[in-house]
Design a protein around this ligand. Structure first.
Ligand code: ARG
Length: 350
């Protein structure tokens, strides 16, 4: 891409980038750079290279969100419904949640997973870290993880030089993040791969941390079944412990800062893998119901994957301008509505 000329977008490009980048804003921002040297060109490259992006931008550092606010703010408003005058509030208290297992018989929910993204205060975000900074981050995070005790204690597996038997086990467990993601690639997030990246997990495989993927930390709590409260409680306990030794990047207005603007705020994605074959066969009804609860439907093999055998990944779409408790509570309420609808459909087709 020519850094000086306005990018070309295909006719069928509907990304938030192409919808929000006007020629005027482009001209105004194209020669600016943050203290870490992040430019507009780097910020938009993923969406220019990948025209099928739904969003298409990544921030290289905290300053990018203010320096390039004329691009980020409308994208953030579009995605989260959060205006430039709103302020994010965090509320990480599992005791405020009312979520008895919505599926105690285990007829619908296969598993529950909640993750948050975190980055380190004072460091650039992934698209702009240097190799030295990435190694420094890995060192700090692994030190904190290795000091965890009880049910959270576990092992760190660095990607560099990873033993093939460990690699295939992690892939089998669906723990390992995929190499070569083209969206991350174009954002500069895969530089020096696999240096500084790795995965930590506890013995029970219910607590997991990805190091230096799309965000410097992805803290993940998961387990089979629908006990959302247990999953959220474990996650919050882990976050609090890690935060004691690793200071997280937090912004007064935007909450926890992440490289992709879809994750700002809570940086939380609370999800279930759920069997809903009847609803899956009636997508308009399914979509209407998930939209009502601001939920997203994905396939079960991660982002950009298809559903299999009527099993879907359902998660909160909005992450900014809602508290963590609201994200999880909302997922819970949505799941109850989805299960009820699925039961109705099944009864009608009996
Ligand atoms: N950049 C990709 C796109 O615009 C992914 C956006 C959201 N997902 C994420 N993993 N941050 O389609």
């Amino acid at each position: 891409m020519n850094t000086l000329s306005f990018p070309e977008f295909n006719q069928d490009c509907f990304s938030l980038l192409c919808r929000n980048l006007s020629k005027k804003v482009f001209e105004k921002l194209k020669d600016k750079a943050t203290g870490n040297g992040c430019t507009l060109y780097q910020t938009i490259n993923s969406g220019v290279v990948n025209q099928d992006s739904s969003v298409g931008v990544y921030a290289g550092d905290a300053e990018s969100y203010t320096l390039f606010a004329e691009l980020f703010d409308p994208i953030i408003e579009d995605y989260h419904g959060f205006s430039s005058k709103d302020k994010h509030l965090s509320y990480l208290d599992p005791s405020a949640l009312i979520s008895p297992n919505p599926d105690p018989e285990g007829a619908y929910i296969l598993s529950t997973r909640i993750r948050v993204g975190r980055n380190i205060a004072g460091m650039p975000l992934g698209p702009a870290v240097t190799i030295e900074q990435r190694n420094e981050i890995e060192g700090q995070v692994v030190k904190a993880l290795n000091s965890l005790t009880g049910g959270l204690s576990g092992t760190y597996y660095p990607l560099s030089g990873m033993d093939e038997s460990i690699r295939s086990r992690l892939v089998e467990d669906h723990f390992l993040f995929k190499p070569g993601d083209r969206f991350l690639d174009a954002a500069g997030l895969n530089r020096d791969w696999p240096n500084g990246r790795g995965i930590f997990h506890n013995a029970e495989k219910t607590f997991l941390v990805w190091v230096n993927e799309e965000d410097q930390l992805r803290i993940i709590s998961m387990q089979p079944g629908g006990d959302i409260e247990a999953v959220f409680t474990r996650l919050v306990t882990a976050i609090m412990k890690i935060e004691k030794s690793v200071p997280f990047l937090f912004d007064e207005r935007l909450g926890y800062l992440t490289s992709c603007p879809t994750n700002l705020g809570t940086a939380m994605r609370a999800s279930v893998h759920i069997r809903l074959p009847q609803l899956g066969a009636d997508m308009p009804v399914f979509k209407k119901l998930t939209d009502l609860f601001h939920l997203q439907i994905r396939g079960i093999h991660g982002e950009h994957s298809e559903s299999e055998r009527g099993i879907y990944d359902i998660s909160n779409k909005k992450r900014l301008g809602v508290t963590e408790v609201e994200c999880v509570q909302n997922l819970y309420n949505g799941i109850i509505a989805l299960i009820n609808r699925e039961k109705e459909f099944a009864a009608a087709s009996d």
